[in-house]
Design a protein around this ligand. Structure first.
Ligand SMILES: [Zn+2]
Length: 282
């Protein structure tokens, strides 16, 4: 079975044809138009999709999209795509391709990609995370992705890690996202994350471990897989510091094996995420 996999981000739109085993047959992408016209945005996505309708056989469509969104992705309002506010992405895609369409937020989609195609295979309890412009996560508990009441479970970026810390876009202070995201790092240091000093990378890893330890105490998972340009750009100083800090913050016996890893999905994560959403919901 083939899946048409779509990744909607503030930087780029990406469309791929993916088999149910995670083999990527073709990928195309374009820069996300800067336009605030919803139809200009949709038009450029449509022109990426049309060649696939002509050249491939597929059964279903899966989409990973920046949040927030209404339940099941009926209406999407990605924070970093100003032209889409309550945009009916699901019904528009259904109309275009004539097949079932499943949509989820990008962090949950990456978590499902770990579950189907990555290090999450065979695991019942883990978290997938993205540390890039923002900070997000998806939670797999007892083998199931947690959706939550409003489809928003997994917002680990808004777990407080510094009492009275930096002001977060959500309005609270000291959220993980307000302390370590790419955007926050730029604000706090005055340089972008890819120029951050090693001390800062270690500091960020330590704060990540606080949020992970608190979440793991609640949910009893043992592994966290972290992707995103900031986390992967920092590399070993970040991951070493995070795992060292877990020894301080995660002291309960059942958390002894808790560990934070870089994502296992590599550069293919954007192509695999949408496919995993479709396979999970189908
Ligand atoms: Zn917040």
């Amino acid at each position: 079975m083939n899946v048409l996999s779509i990744d909607i981000g503030g930087t780029k739109f990406q469309v791929s044809m993916v088999t149910e085993n995670g083999e990527i047959l073709k990928t195309s992408k374009c820069l996300t138009p800067k336009s605030i016209d919803a139809e200009v945005l949709y038009g450029s996505l449509e022109s990426l999709i049309i060649p696939y309708l002509e050249h491939y056989t597929f059964e279903v469509v899966g989409v990973g999209c920046g949040g927030p969104m209404a339940r099941e992705g009926e209406l999407v309002s990605p924070l970093n795509i100003a032209g889409w506010r309550d945009f009916p992405l699901k019904s528009r895609l259904k109309e275009l391709v004539g097949r079932e369409v499943f949509i989820d937020n990008d962090a949950k989609a990456i978590t499902l990609a770990e579950l189907y195609f990555g290090a999450g295979r065979g695991r019942s309890d883990f978290v997938g995370m993205v540390v890039s412009t923002g900070v997000g996560a998806g939670i797999v508990a007892d083998g199931h992705l947690i959706d939550g009441r409003s489809w928003n479970a997994g917002h680990i970026g808004h777990v407080q890690v510094v009492p009275e810390g930096h002001l977060c876009a959500c309005g609270a202070r000291g959220c993980l996202e307000a302390e370590i995201s790419g955007l926050s790092t730029q604000k706090i240091l005055g340089v972008s994350a890819d120029q951050a000093p090693v001390d800062w990378m270690r500091h960020s890893g330590d704060l990540l471990a606080r949020a992970v330890a608190s979440s793991a105490a609640l949910l009893d998972f043992d592994s966290v897989f972290v992707g995103g340009s900031v986390a992967l750009g920092y590399g070993s100083p970040f991951f070493e510091s995070a795992n060292l800090a877990l020894q301080k913050y995660a002291r309960l016996d059942f958390l002894e094996k808790l560990e934070i890893f870089p994502t296992s999905l590599g550069a293919d994560f954007a192509s695999l995420s949408g496919a995993a959403v479709a396979l999970y919901r189908l």
